[in-house]
Ligand binder design. Structure first.
Ligand code: N01
Length: 890
């Protein structure tokens, strides 16, 4: 430990420190401790009169944490962990406050905290390279670095209801509860709001009040906490290997060590799903319920809907009056997209004779009067109104407290006029030496906050130490790095269902606030590894400067891959696989088969039939996927990928099922012959023969007679394109459209994508060389039957060509699409950013490719002359399948 340099006061009365921190809650306290140990002088400023942050203000009845307290604790000091024991699985607010008090005392932190002090202005002084803070209480502060440890949910939202000032009774906000407590005994009381604060406080207020009227705008999902002592299994895990347990938490998805779920909802029977749900219900753990039922519960509307329905059954079972139960039952958002709650007796409270529920969707509040609350249908006179109406979350506490003026006089409010833009949720370009702990753009509220706070504090303080050691005095994120992060955030947002709900996660709860998913949805562990990457790649995306012109800027975007592609490639890299081409054709086939066995099974379709059809040199196997809808359906003849060497009619099974389900068409996947046993042009000729036969036997196969469509991925895209050329030149069959996904189209390897993506993205340059060598002699390679880009392109069927940014085949796919267009063929292109060669076939693994697959299905429908499905956005899908009778009537 190094001795902290002391804060000093200048002659002009300015307090000068290395670092100023706003907030003395979980984050501010740990910051002070670490800064001091790093030998940096620091002061924390807090409007409250003592430590605690959110736990200082939120003293409403029933306030507790809803992450198990053993997880919701500091882990930086094993001695601290030994010195404190929690009395309950979910500690109450007073106990958590006592803990923070204990921590402040143990590390003697209060001497560097100025309580009862708000920052009123913070301005960056470019010449002096420091921030100048003015306060409403005492000396201004000059600091090299300014850190917002303001919390994500600390700026209560105004009531937004007319007439609050006219009310003559008492008004309370859960987020600013009186320290002396409130006695509601014998009083008529109203609570507005049914988020976590409302759901925790309502049962206890109902026990005291003469009558409680709850005004609910949106029902929420709540599950019983089953509070009590720390569960034995959790305690045993911690006692067994505390540091291992903590490390697992740091690398987990939500900051709590739980396994990744691998079973998909459609692989489980109704009884199995119910058993998992009941188990989660009995466990009384939000993170468990949010992550442990089935793998698609948080990423897919259908998987989520199954869980919602089980939840609704519970509500109906708990609430005696069916109308009240219906009002309490959520239908407007997927489970988990809005913060679900942990409760104690919440639903049962509505069985009490002294509790009334008012559905604000049916009778909105029109005004608050001197005596109570008026809706369109009734007037409720009360002595007290409790606003449990939530917070201006994530940005509110940072923006609303005071202007933060960065470089060139630009305020943070101006920089965030279109929503919060950050680099890593830690910094904002143009605001040097300003850091946010758990800011927008970091996992924060979608994680165990204790874990995320420690990670941020450690990252920031480690950077300050490194800067000092290297002689740098300023650090600022570059615009390019920040823009990359904003794009990565948007990519991550498509992974989860948060975008489908109007919540404080998206800013929708505050009128006029710009909307967008604010927390990082890519998970705690992946986020941690990205932050570490930034450091190991030379502070990527930051400009550092120091005295005498010292400067360092390693500009760039830290994540260019889609988040799930990054995870998949990371897992593959960890497996340390030998190059596929080193295995020989047989070994490579065994490897692919084994690999495919480990992937999620494809989703159900109406029917799957295996058969054989005549190829050019003997029978070929095929697998037919039929939609569950009544036929006859148009037919898509599909050719699998595998470099003309690997794969078979089953190897792209999940992708074929997906095409079938989304397009509503029959997909016939053809098992054409492979090299090296059968070299060029065997695959192309088989494919053509198969397309002819399938078109001629469409009715027998249950399909719509007439033209067919072709589709293929990779080498399958190659032979799909070739089939179209052969069909045009050899008198049929009639092909009405071609879907080419990452196709091989040409035999040269000198396009940039071959070099840019030569290694590291699974399909490598050397693997492609190997495929070509096995399939085709150099002399044959310019033949259009293997290099369709070199063929005649006029008169071909319309095409939908998909290419992926990180694919050696990217540029030849684009070249083919461009050449088709130049030849007058109608072409649509999807150039998928952040994706790799296998993204679209890894259905249910690379979730971010789902929207691309939906577009492919639309294109196929267009080729087949089927009505375009109204753009089936997830939102519409959710609303359609989940509309409650009540909503339908509205
Ligand atoms: O706030 P909320 P909260 N008229 O925004 C309603 C954390 N937390 O304080 O959903 C009428 O969730 C609003 O309705 P709607 C936790 O992360 C943790 O309860 O916008 N109603 C909603 O029902 C939590 O998610 C714990 O339609 C209005 C409610 O008020 C977050 O803090 C405990 C309204 C607000 O719910 C926020 O929770 C407490 C209006 N004008 C909180 N405006 C723990 O257990 C809003 N509402 C750790």
């Amino acid at each position: 430990m190094s001795a902290a340099s002391a804060s000093e006061t200048t002659k002009s009365g300015v307090q000068r420190v290395d670092v100023a921190v706003v907030g003395a809650g979980f984050a501010g306290l740990y910051l002070l401790h670490r800064l001091r140990n790093a030998g940096l002088s620091a002061v924390a400023l807090d409007a409250a009169n003592d430590v605690g942050g959110t736990w200082y203000w939120n003293r409403y009845p029933g306030a507790r944490c809803d992450i198990q307290t053993t997880d919701y604790s500091y882990t930086f000091d094993p001695e601290l962990e030994k010195a404190w024991a929690w009395s309950e699985k979910y500690a109450t607010q007073p106990e958590i406050l006592r803990y923070l008090d204990f921590v402040a005392d143990r590390y003697d932190l209060r001497r560097d905290i100025r309580f009862g002090t708000k920052v009123t202005n913070a301005t960056w002084d470019e010449a002096a390279e420091h921030w100048l803070l003015t306060t409403d209480n005492g000396a201004p502060v000059s600091c090299r670095h300014y850190i917002m440890a303001t919390g994500c949910l600390s700026s209560p939202k105004p009531p937004e209801i007319d007439g609050v000032k006219d009310f003559k009774g008492k008004v309370y906000f859960t987020g600013r509860w009186p320290h002396e407590g409130v006695d509601f005994t014998g009083k008529p009381v109203a609570v507005i709001g049914t988020g976590s604060s409302g759901i925790q406080s309502i049962p206890l207020i109902a026990e005291q009040a003469a009558h409680l009227t709850v005004f609910q705008r949106t029902p929420n999902f709540a599950l019983p906490a089953h509070n009590g002592p720390t569960p034995k299994d959790k305690a045993a895990l911690l006692q067994g290997d505390r540091s291992g347990y903590r490390e697992q938490a740091r690398w987990s998805m939500a900051g709590v060590p739980l396994p990744q779920n691998t079973a998909y909802s459609w692989q489980l029977s109704d009884a199995e799903r119910r058993a998992r749900f009941e188990d989660a219900w009995a466990t009384g753990d939000l993170v468990h319920m949010l992550t442990q039922l089935w793998a698609d519960q948080g990423v897919d509307v259908d998987g989520n809907a199954l869980l919602c329905e089980l939840f609704r059954e519970k509500i109906r079972g708990a609430v005696k009056d069916p109308e009240t139960a219906a009002t309490l039952t959520p239908h407007d958002h997927p489970f988990g997209s809005k913060r679900p709650c942990l409760d104690t007796n919440y639903y049962a409270t509505f069985n009490r004779p002294n509790v009334t529920l008012v559905n604000l969707r049916q009778e909105p509040i029109t005004s608050i009067t001197a005596t109570g609350i008026k809706t369109g249908k009734r007037t409720v006179d009360v002595d007290a109104i409790v606003f449990a109406t939530g917070f201006d979350a994530m940005t509110g506490a940072i923006l609303a407290v005071h202007p933060i003026v960065g470089r060139d006089g630009k305020t943070l409010a101006e920089a965030w006029a279109n929503g919060p833009q950050t680099y890593l949720g830690l910094t904002v370009s143009g605001f040097p030496n300003l850091f946010m702990i758990t800011g927008p753009g970091s996992p924060s509220v979608l994680s165990n906050m204790a874990v995320s706070i420690e990670q941020h504090v450690d990252w920031v303080v480690d950077r300050l130490i490194a800067m000092r050691d290297a002689g740098f005095s300023t650090i600022d994120a570059t615009g390019a790095a920040q823009a990359g992060w904003v794009r990565h955030m948007a990519d991550c947002a498509t992974l989860t269902l948060h975008r489908l709900a109007n919540t404080w996660y998206t800013g929708a709860n505050v009128p006029g606030k710009v909307q967008g998913v604010m927390p990082y949805t890519g998970g705690v562990g992946p986020y941690r590894s990205i932050c570490n990457d930034v450091v190991s790649r030379g502070m990527l995306g930051f400009r550092l400067t120091g005295p005498n012109g010292a400067a360092q800027c390693n500009d760039g975007e830290v994540v260019r891959l889609q988040p799930d592609v990054r995870l998949v490639l990371g897992m593959l890299a960890e497996m340390n696989l030998p190059p596929i081409e080193s295995l020989g054709a047989h070994g490579a086939r065994d490897f692919v088969n084994e690999f495919n066995e480990g992937r999620p099974a494809g989703r159900p379709v109406g029917d799957v039939v295996d058969g054989t059809l005549p190829g050019t040199d003997g029978p070929l196997p095929y697998r037919l996927y039929r939609p569950a809808t009544p036929g006859p359906h148009p037919i898509v003849v599909y050719f699998h990928g595998g470099g003309w060497v690997l794969g078979d009619e089953q190897s792209d099974d999940p992708f074929c099922r997906d095409i079938c389900r989304r397009s509503g068409m029959i997909v016939v996947s053809v098992g054409y012959r492979h090299a090296p046993e059968h070299r060029f042009p065997a695959a192309a000729e088989d494919a053509y023969a198969a397309a002819r036969w399938i078109a001629a036997h469409a009715a027998e196969l249950g399909g719509r007679p007439g033209p067919v469509l072709v589709a293929g991925w990779s080498a399958g895209g190659n032979i799909a394109a070739v089939t179209c050329q052969l069909a045009r030149d050899r008198g049929g069959p009639q092909i009405d459209g071609q879907l080419l996904v990452c196709p091989v189209t040409d035999c040269t390897f000198d396009r940039p994508s071959y070099n840019d993506n030569a290694t590291g993205f699974f399909l490598t340059r050397s693997l492609m060389f190997w495929f070509w060598d096995l399939y085709c002699s150099p002399a044959d390679r310019v033949d259009p039957r293997v290099s369709p880009l070199r063929g005649k392109l006029e008169g071909l069927p319309p095409a939908y060509v998909v290419t992926c940014e990180f694919d050696p085949l990217r540029d030849e796919g684009i070249a083919y699409a461009d050449a088709l267009a130049a030849a007058g063929v109608p072409v649509q292109q999807l150039q998928a950013h952040g994706h790799f060669h296998s993204s679209f076939t890894m259905v249910d693994v690379v979730i971010t490719s789902a929207s691309g697959r939906a577009k492919m299905a639309e294109a196929l429908r267009g080729f087949a002359g089927l009505p375009r499905q109204a753009e089936r956005s997830d939102v519409e899908a959710w609303r359609r399948q989940d509309a409650s009778p009540q909503q339908a009537a509205e």
